[in-house]
Design a protein around this ligand. Structure first.
Ligand SMILES: [Zn+2]
Ligand SMILES: [Zn+2]
Length: 387
């Protein structure tokens, strides 16, 4: 016997429902209302990722419209935090090390200032140097596509930044902490800022650990070792004269036991409480920065080794998947091999040296013009022409 119409399930509004023609089902007011709403709101293209995109839309809108306004506050916060960390190093760390080992202090001062110089210089350059934009009102022969938002030609590796509202050459990402886009001209400064800041926090944690541990966990003020007591014990008498104590065990001669006093313990001074707070601040800020910037530096190092930007990492991943499904191998056209990728990224080309142009601040420009890029295949053919 053929199944009756009433026992079949039907798709209405993308949902399995009992036979909608069954007049008995629809006659119930709640079912009728449900089907009405479903049929009016049905969208064949609706799926989970579309729905989550729509839900995220207010967040994207907020980021696009307010990142620009919040940028100066983020930059101000970075400057304040860095200044506070350096001030505490001078105020507490420097006298601590000076009282322990003067030669070591000189060494730490040289390394610390070398790191500070690189951090400040690279932050200033990353925030102030323009990332590079495609030329306007000019014919761009290198253009590979058209930006739908700028309605303008787009050279290879260029992407549109929705915060800056313009196209950026070799765009990596928009950084709120720099209030600037990271792209072709300032990518090196951005990476070196992260690298030197990570090394800087590691430096502070390593050489401030013992001091911090003593203050936070052993309840030392940190001043004991900085200002050790000098001289010998003295005794006051009623005439106001100070008499040096020459024998430490006076009492034993008289056959008397030293008197026991329950003296009140001194209250921790305001100064030691401030030091405690400063050390706690240093511990939190340095450990947090080490984890945050350390992992970001490691991630960007992987990208540089592979010759790709943050945006290209997504594109290359989906292209690899797409071609793998067709049994084909995808190759990033801008990956010239890890060593050459690093040389080009850091601009250690044209007889520039690592110690002068990476270890010390340097304003040299990146290779090329940001519009033309050698693809891997042509690059291997022109290996002799590498700078
Ligand atoms: Zn654009
Ligand atoms: Zn931007």
């Amino acid at each position: 016997m053929a199944p009756s119409r009433a026992s079949k399930n039907y798709q209405v509004g993308g949902v399995n429902v009992a036979n909608p023609y069954n007049i008995n089902t629809l006659s119930k007011p709640e079912n009728y209302g449900k089907q009405c709403v479903r049929s009016l709101t049905y969208n064949h293209h609706m799926n989970q990722s579309y729905a989550s995109d729509v839900c995220m839309e207010p967040i994207f809108w907020f980021v696009d419209n307010f990142t620009h306004l919040l940028g100066p506050f983020f930059v101000f916060a970075v400057i304040c935090l860095t200044t506070a960390v350096v001030t505490i190093c001078y105020w507490i760390g420097l006298p601590y090390w000076w009282s322990r080992n003067r030669y070591m202090t000189v060494f730490l001062m040289i390394v610390g200032h070398w790191l500070l110089l690189n951090v400040v210089y690279n932050f200033y350059k990353a925030a102030s140097v323009s990332p590079g934009y495609p030329p306007e009102k000019e014919l761009i022969v290198e253009a590979v596509s058209i930006c739908k938002k700028c309605i303008a030609p787009k050279p290879p590796r260029t992407h549109h930044c929705s915060v800056c509202n313009r196209c950026v050459l070799k765009m990596d990402h928009h950084c709120p902490w720099l209030n600037n886009c990271v792209g072709y001209h300032n990518h090196r400064y951005f990476f070196l800022y992260m690298l030197y800041t990570t090394i800087g926090t590691l430096f502070i944690i390593s050489f401030g650990f013992e001091l911090g541990y003593g203050v936070l966990f052993l309840d030392e003020t940190g001043w004991k070792e900085m200002e050790p007591l000098q001289g010998h014990p003295v005794r006051f008498n009623l005439s106001g004269h100070i008499i040096p104590v020459t024998e430490m065990n006076d009492y034993e001669h008289d056959g008397m036991a030293p008197a026991q006093h329950d003296l009140p313990l001194p209250h921790p001074s305001d100064r030691s409480e401030t030091i405690h707070g400063a050390i706690l601040f240093m511990a939190l800020i340095n450990v947090a920065t080490l984890f945050a910037l350390g992992s970001l530096t490691a991630w960007h190092s992987t990208l540089i080794t592979r010759g790709e930007t943050s945006i290209e990492a997504h594109i290359n991943k989906s292209e690899t998947k797409r071609l793998a499904a067709m049994n084909k191998l995808y190759r990033n056209p801008y990956d010239y091999g890890s060593r050459q990728n690093w040389r080009l990224f850091l601009g250690v080309t044209r007889k520039r040296t690592w110690w002068r142009h990476v270890l010390l601040p340097s304003s040299h420009k990146p290779e090329g013009n940001g519009l033309t890029w050698l693809a891997y295949d042509s690059a291997s053919d022109n290996a002799d022409e590498w700078p």
